[in-house]
Write a protein that binds this ligand. Structure first.
Ligand SMILES: Nc1ncnc2c1ncn2[C@@H]1O[C@H](COP(=O)(O)OP(=O)(O)O)[C@@H](O)[C@H]1O
Ligand SMILES: [Mg+2]
Length: 238
């Protein structure tokens, strides 16, 4: 009897541990910047396709239903609230609209339940302004903000090994450090046409590379950067 009791105890503990690791392995990620064309939808879609996340969006007229299976796509109006998604499913929220206007309910409900918020910012005055403003609006609802310094290009005469050392990335980081604080991670993502191709091919960057040697070569840098970004999220927020 004692033996049985002990054994059950161990089984219970193992079960609890299993459930714990099972649940903490999952993530809810928001991708948001109030600025359109920042790259939210391509980033969110690549995550959803590559890692089999559900995609939740407050843009009712999107073309995502051709790309993702119906059961993995949640779409609602900007002035509606997202339901609390249960623990144990991976969700990426692709948000548009303004938190100070009609899109407040959808944005606040998504951001509040997310483990982490990605704010894509490219090196252009309007986008940087909008990005900083966005981060300030988000912080009361979620402290886990990561800036994706995106659409990075190599300017004339520039040489660097790491895209984090590009003028584009350094400028974005300098503004974020100054306006928000040095603790905000800024991760680089170069400009690439592949972010249009994922919608044409309806496959993630990695999935395109698996079947095509030329794609494997062409997309190696951007794919590596995207992997680094996702590993960072998994390490810190899953
Ligand atoms: N590194 C990148 N990250 C995100 N988008 C990129 C990147 N490089 C190029 N793009 C392009 O920038 C555009 C931004 O996408 P868009 O849907 O307009 O963004 P949003 O959803 O923020 O409005 C797309 O055409 C995409 O292909
Ligand atoms: Mg979009």
């Amino acid at each position: 009897m004692l033996f049985l009791f002990n054994r059950n105890n161990i089984i219970n503990k193992l079960f609890a541990l299993f459930m714990f690791t099972y649940i903490i392995g999952y993530m809810k990620i928001t991708v948001y910047n109030m600025k359109g064309s920042a790259g939210k939808t391509p980033i969110a879609t690549n995550i959803a396709l590559d890692r089999e996340y559900a995609l939740a969006t407050n843009e009712p007229y999107n073309l995502l239903d051709t790309i993702l299976p119906e059961e993995r796509l949640f779409s609602l109006q900007p002035d509606e609230e997202f339901p609390d998604f249960p623990e144990g499913i991976d969700v990426v929220f692709d948000l548009a609209g303004l938190m100070s206007r009609d899109a407040r309910p959808s944005i606040v409900s998504a951001v509040s339940q997310s483990d982490v918020v990605l704010v894509p910012i490219y090196n252009e005055l309007k986008c940087i302004h909008a990005g900083i403003h966005t981060i300030r609006e988000l912080l009361p609802y979620n402290k886990n903000i990561i800036v994706v310094a995106t659409k990075l290009v190599k300017r004339k005469g520039e040489t660097f090994k790491d895209w984090a050392d590009s003028e584009d990335a350094k400028n974005i980081k300098a503004v974020v450090d100054h306006a928000i604080g040095q603790g905000t991670p800024v991760l680089p993502l170069k400009f690439s046409k592949v972010f249009d191709t994922i919608f044409e091919q309806e496959r993630s960057i990695r999935q395109m590379m698996e079947e095509d040697a030329l794609a494997r070569y062409t997309y190696r840098d951007v794919a590596a950067q995207f992997d680094t970004l996702l590993s960072y999220l998994e390490k810190h927020y899953a």
